[in-house]
Design a protein around this ligand. Structure first.
Ligand code: SIN
Length: 286
């Protein structure tokens, strides 16, 4: 295999790396792909600048990693059902993804990752935060780790995307989110997963989609989940990415959380997101 010209620069001590020397508009050599893929696994999220891709080029990059996992709820880009639009208009107040979450954790087989490309960005604001859930897990006490290691949690899309869900109650949503009838999935996943590729243990609950621990009521689950969410949101586990038009981020949904900041009212922000398929999450001991 020829040598790669791609460079990987760590972005923060918690997670993230900036990839330079790659033109994603062109076919990626096997050598470059190996470096990019390893950086994705090592750093949880990888960032690129100045990637002014056509939808076909965006799709081709995503497909190098896995087949596309089409999101059922987001409005798709016209002519491209595999590309979800993450959009907020100047007159709208609600953004999409404005809280810590992991994409598709409500699915039985959650998505492996998401490839987000910035098409239009506000003059300032609209950054995205990412958090390393393996760093979070590693920082917990041995006692709490061994308790969590034995638990599973129930995740759902109903309370977010369903007809009585959070987005349905939002008056200025427009046609950005729809298909509430498809919000019927619940899934049970281990609270701590072993990442299928890195082998690292990772905390796998999130405040958007996790309802409760399996076998516990929502009321019983709430204090411990709240503790975990507060702990995981500590700044030392996160990084903050500032977008420019043509910036691209590819994050590992099995290893990270993300949070789209909603601090740019009066301006448009338009992103294109492609989600790629993952594999079933095995029980921790497997
Ligand atoms: C998302 O939650 O997938 C969107 C993130 C963003 O718009 O920054």
């Amino acid at each position: 295999m020829s040598q790669s010209s791609v460079r990987v620069t760590p972005y923060s001590s918690a997670l993230g790396a900036v990839i330079s020397g790659a033109d994603l508009a062109r076919p990626i050599s096997d050598a470059d792909f190996a470096v990019i893929r390893q950086a994705f696994l090592d750093h949880g999220v990888i960032f690129f600048r100045d990637q002014h891709l056509t939808p076909e080029q965006h799709l081709a990059f995503a497909r190098r990693f896995a087949p596309i996992d089409i999101n059922r709820f987001f409005k798709a880009v016209d002519g491209y059902p595999e590309i979800a639009e993450v959009r907020k208009e100047a007159e709208q107040t609600t953004n999409i993804g404005g809280g810590w979450h992991t994409d598709h954790s409500y699915d039985q087989v959650p998505a492996m990752g998401s490839v987000l490309l910035a098409r239009e960005v506000p003059p300032s604001g609209g950054d995205t935060l990412f958090a390393s859930m393996s760093k979070v897990y590693e920082a917990l006490s041995p006692g709490l780790k061994s308790t969590l290691d034995r638990l599973c949690a129930v995740h759902s899309s109903r309370h977010v995307f369903g007809d009585k869900g959070g987005y349905a109650k939002t008056s200025d949503l427009g046609a950005r989110i729809g298909n509430a009838a498809a919000a019927v999935q619940d899934a049970v996943h281990p609270v701590v997963i072993r990442h299928p590729e890195t082998g690292r243990k990772t905390l796998y609950v999130n405040s958007a989609f996790t309802l409760r621990f399996e076998g516990w009521t929502a009321q019983e689950s709430e204090p411990l989940l709240r503790y975990l969410y507060q702990f995981a949101a500590r700044p030392e586990f996160s990084c903050r990415w500032q977008w420019q038009e043509g910036s691209l981020a590819f994050w590992d949904n099995r290893a990270t959380w993300h949070y789209a900041l909603n601090d740019y009212h009066g301006h448009r922000r338009l992103m294109h997101r492609i989600t790629v398929q993952g594999s079933p999450i095995p029980a921790l001991a497997a």
